[in-house]
Design a binder for this molecule. Sequence first.
Ligand code: SAH
Length: 252
Amino acid sequence: MINFVGAGPGAKDLITVRGLELLRTADIIIYAGSLVNPELLQEAAVGCRIYNSAYMTLDEVVKVMIDGERSGYKVVRLHTGDPSLYGAIREQMDRLEEAGIGYQVCPGVSSFCAAAAALQAEYTLPAVSQSVIITRMEGRTPVPEKEKLHLLAGHGCTMVIFLSVGMVEKVRQELLDGAYSEETPCAIVYKASWKEEQIVRGKLKELPQMALNHGIRKTALIVVGECLGDDYELSKLYDASFTTEFRKGTKV
Ligand code: SAH
């Protein structure tokens, strides 16, 4: 059994209890060296073999997994944040499937959650936005035509944009081509939950300057939407006059 484990967004103690247990009992760990906090590797058992996948190809990663499993070792594949987002796990899982090797996935705290925590924001505010779009700007990895940023931006809901802080000028233009205005609040969160975390808030028109002024070129998320503004409606859930499954509303 191979375990794909979400390492969380950065801070060592933001891995799940289950993920930590898997890490501590692994014989082999293959970690995504570009973003996983190396402090987590201190949790590895003595004698555990550790590989940094930043220097490896898919073939090499899969070979370590398959050889390890066939030798009876416990293998952990440690991915940053939650493995389901930009984690390239599907191609690994399919290779394991072909080899007849079982695997499971332990979720992690994604950086988009850590960014909300850093911003002390609620992405889904009543009467403001009830949806969060997680996407990226096209880079060397293409984005399907129907998901081009300006098209998704047409919804005007909360958006969290990964892997794009190196293209802020283009991001701003695409967002303006959608439903946002120059005054829409936005934020850049660099290395959410790490010691080096930086939070930069502003308006969409200032987005390129925000990145430039703080020298942020990677490992950051762009958050945009009125959820970062001041106006919203109170929730129904805690409204005194609203009856729920657990509480009878009072007449006001
Ligand atoms: N699976 C990861 C995302 C991997 S893609 C997750 O769930 O978070 C890598 C991109 O994620 C980075 O380029 C950056 O845009 C974002 N990212 C990862 N960790 C981050 C962090 N701690 N703070 C801000 N952005 C982060």
